[in-house]
Design a protein around this ligand. Sequence first.
Ligand SMILES: Nc1ncnc2c1ncn2[C@@H]1O[C@H](COP(=O)(O)OP(=O)(O)OP(=O)(O)O)[C@@H](O)[C@H]1O
Length: 289
Amino acid sequence: FREEREDCNEKWINFSKYGLKYDLETKLYGQHVAAQVILKTVTGFMNNENPKKPLVLSFHGSTGTGKTFASQLIAKNIYKKKTISSFVHLFSVTAHFPHKEKIDTYKTQLQEWIRGNVSNCPRSMFIFDEMDKMHPGLIDIIKPYLDFSDNLDRVLYKKAIFIFLSDAGGVKINEVTMKFWRDGREREEIQLKDIEKELSQSVFNNEDSGLRHTSLIDKKLVDFFVPFLPLEYKHFIQCGLAEMARQGLPPDNSAIKRLADELTFFPKEERVFSDQGCKLIANKLPFFI
Ligand SMILES: Nc1ncnc2c1ncn2[C@@H]1O[C@H](COP(=O)(O)OP(=O)(O)OP(=O)(O)O)[C@@H](O)[C@H]1O
């Protein structure tokens, strides 16, 4: 049995709008704002044979709220080989470029890496993890690729998708969500506009944010800021059940509840939102069944 080689053509790259819609609606819990933005932008972009610039989405939210997971759902519905496609590139900023003093070497490496991958296949997807920890010098390196450049060094960049993941702005998003809850309003009432402005201000003007000094925002290189809301107790249970199914275990609500009891939720008294989202479930589950 020899595995077929993955090529950069429709046989291997075939976007399914309905697949993405289904996955966002049934697998990504508690993220109605993100789901809507993702579906609209990715569909519009993938159905356009001649986009003017690459699609650039910046995902924000606290840990374990589904930023990486959502980007995997996008990849799954574009590439036949899903997340293991050779056209999907997950890049962890701190893991790949740990030494600040080597910044100049990294700049060249990053440039060549993006260029090489896109010339191999224009419909490539790049996911940059921990974007807020990225050196501003490296962000500057990526900027030209995100812009309206028709044929930068004769490579076609405008069909690529760039997704940036970061915790930056998570605190603000949590505040807005908590305010809705305190006011007795439905979570589903939260709209992108309720968060977007505050989010971009807190991410790009905040002293603590690594993205502060970048001109990604004023150059309008990011098409959308996508907020990931803090997950509630009920989403935590949903994640737990999904994880059990993934691990081939029969559903057991009480085990997940015991697991939740061990973890922290906020506000402290009411225990509504999970501090670590769904992050620790997969690893902790075996100890609770
Ligand atoms: N909203 C969600 N819906 C369904 N599953 C989720 C959700 N959020 C997290 N999970 C589950 O938890 C795991 C960890 O989440 P994920 O890695 O996507 O979080 P993240 O937001 O990228 O966190 P970090 O900022 O720490 O990287 C996922 O693989 C998924 O199984």
